[in-house]
Design a protein around this ligand. Sequence first.
Ligand SMILES: *Cc1c(COP(=O)(O)O)cnc(C)c1O
Length: 426
Amino acid sequence: MEKMYTSLGIDEDVYRFGESINDSLRERFLQIDETAEYNQLKVIRAMHECRVSEACLQGTTGYGYNDLGRDTLEDVYSKTFHTEAALVRPLIACGTHALSIALAGNLRPGDELLSVSGKPYDTLEEVIGIRPSRGSLAEYGVTYHQVDLLPDGNFDLDGICAAIKPQTRMAAIQRSKGYDTRKTLSVSQIGQAIERIHSVRPDIIVMVDNCYGEFVERIEPSDLGADLIVGSLIKNPGGGLAPVGGYIAGKKEYVENASFRMTCPGLGSEVGPSLGLNSAMYQGFFMAPVVTAAALKGAIFAANAYERLGFDVLPDGAEPRHDIIQAVTLGSAEAVIAFCRGIQKAAPVDSHVTPEPWDMPGYDDPVIMAAGAFVSGSSIELSADGPIRPPYNVYFQGGLTWPSAKLGILMSLQSMKNAGLLRISG
Ligand SMILES: *Cc1c(COP(=O)(O)O)cnc(C)c1O
């Protein structure tokens, strides 16, 4: 084994260090495998109940009327997430698009959207109109209000109740921290917030941005009262195989409302061909519980390795996990660059390219990204990125298999060691 790692450029000290971290995590990884087992059974049971057949793997073109595979896949998502309905489509371009149509389909002029987990994900600022933007909800007369999380990272339940007004129509909760430095919210915490909101006004539509959270726990926010859960198929539920797509699952009326913004009023979910993608979307969803487990092990391995080397990590090495993102504070631009170059070197695709920081649209500082993915931009695959600014955080996520995620972290350590940025003794 060690020779195999040596042939990939991992030296003896880094390998031994990795093994000692690995040994300390056996018990923890067993629990993750059990969650994966549970969730795998949940998906298989849904597939059985929906009588997924070989015919479902075929696709339609054109209008896509009566696409059996597409409609059955949506039933599989509903049964897995215990919702009345689901919209799962390659026509939904990404997570932001899914969230955008869920909001736009359910809000009307004069309604207010209340975010109860603080500032939403960057790309939603323009959807909502927090940053003025053409076509935003604000331009259509939808107002926005936000209640921040408390300093300890919990929901401000009293603040939320006080912020509910007669015009509050939807409440939004973001499960993952995204690129923020807060804690990720657990499904049980989310459930408590939903309960409080619905105790004040049962008719408020609670939407959870579930990106990066699917299958990390045994339950999803829809099991604890969320009216809508929304996510991207190039993250957890696509299992690395879906080449594009998003999903919206929840109450039938609200999912249908979203469908009228995905296509148009009157047509809704009736149109929209699955093209040749049904097979990949089914297989990806089938794989998703174990792929998510692999990514989770990678994140925990990274947290423990970098924590032992003296870096600040979020979440820390021992904390329970509610999403697959790992932040590491590396403290210098050189370290962020070396880390990302190490991740890139472990990728199955484009391992020979060297990532450089660049001025990405929408960001104030240069950003470096490591990604050598089968699906462009996929972040359930091994990937890392970081803005080149203090405190020099890097965000690491994904890994379709645990050994590939482990190699990624070892490569990042080796790359930093080679650049003289850390000292490791086995
Ligand atoms: C990734 C992500 C989104 C947006 O998804 P895209 O596919 O990048 O548009 C929204 N919210 C959170 C929390 C995310 O992690």
